[in-house]
Ligand binder design. Sequence first.
Ligand code: AMP
Length: 457
Amino acid sequence: METIETNGFATMGLNAILLKAVDAAGMIAPKSIQQQAIPAQLAGQDILGIAQTGSGKTAAFALPILQKIITIGDKRKGKTARALVLAPTRELAVQIEETFRTLAKGAHISTALVLGGVSRIAQINKMQAGVDVLIATPGRLTDLVRDNRIDLSETRWLVLDEADRMLDMGFINDVKKIAKGTHRDRQTALFSATMPQEVATLAASLLRNPVRVEVAPQGTTAAEIKQVVHMIPTRQKKQVLSAMLKDETLSSVIVFTRTKHGADAVTRILEKDGYNVAAIHGNKSQNARQRALNGFKDGSVRILVATDIAARGIDVVGISHVINFDLPDEPESYVHRIGRTGRNGASGHAITLYDPAEEGSKFKAVERVTRMRLPLADSPIDLSSLPARAANSDQRPPRREGGNGGSPAGKKPHRGQPAGGKPREPRGEKIWSNDGGAPAQKRPFRRNKKGFGAKAA
Ligand code: AMP
């Protein structure tokens, strides 16, 4: 994530209170998205931002809004919000509010959160006197607006954060209705990690002559993230994962699973194996999710198991490894998942457990979106060395071929070993990383199918 050293926040015309808070938050130089978006918003323009979490987009929309509210001074009306930020998930909304509070330190700015899954009463009470900045998820906000508990008619700044995810989650009608209820002369910013047609259409209907700001080309992955793919049959993934986690250099790990059920199953196994692990997904209560996230943030929880939706937007610094227990249904989620590590210029690792027999099309889709061939592990994991697990005792052991994992009978071979040649030599490094090797390179897209640990010639 690049920063522009020569052009500080001070040159953007932000007021002294904000500059002090920015400084106290350790934000010395504006990030690219901030450099592009803050002056335009201060000048009153709408923004169409293509940016992921980690790009610094929250401050990119929070600072101009705060600047304008501070300039206007205290003039709130009951039940109203001067600025509204819509976010797809509760976790992201909580984080956005934290950022607003951090950046508004020293100014008299009131914020409120309106989220599903928690009691309405406290939210209604908080809105009674009106607030400067309301951060909300669309479903609950729609309910409270319908019940006349919140009045959006004075809302002159609207931000849609992670618009693609909000639409994925089926919030399109709520979002449209909410936007319609805001002040006619509002200023709007829409941020999205991807720009599918549906988002572009929404943007066209809500934004007026927006300035388009973009930090990374759509679907690309940060260069500082070292990616590696291990071909593992699904039935052995839990054992492989547990074995990998014995390595304590995997110090702060998010494990992604496609389903809530999968997240629970993985969490149970890791707990049984003695790991310090917590799970977040949509079936967990808001409290349980927040507790898990707090534990992960403060380091008391080493491993967080998460589904894509629950984890989207989560900003935790210092995540050493992202492990894709399985490949996501939506290829763009791969980019979001691995973007949890390698933040703020730190190096990060992304490990993917891939079953070619079951996930071939998802794998191809990820390669298409990332426009790269995902790098296979230099040295395949020897699946026969894994401890037997009672839960798997009814399953066929992998067939060993050439000393590597073994290929399920009758499955088409897949790429992974040099064609007809020797298996790649282990480098004497951790078997699950390509450490020491080059970060994932952009390579021409080619496909060459060979199998799980293909047989040595
Ligand atoms: P976001 O993309 O808004 O989730 O921000 C990602 C992380 O970058 C957060 O932890 C911010 O505190 C941090 N951050 C945002 N802007 C800057 C900046 N200009 N300098 C340093 N860190 C920043």
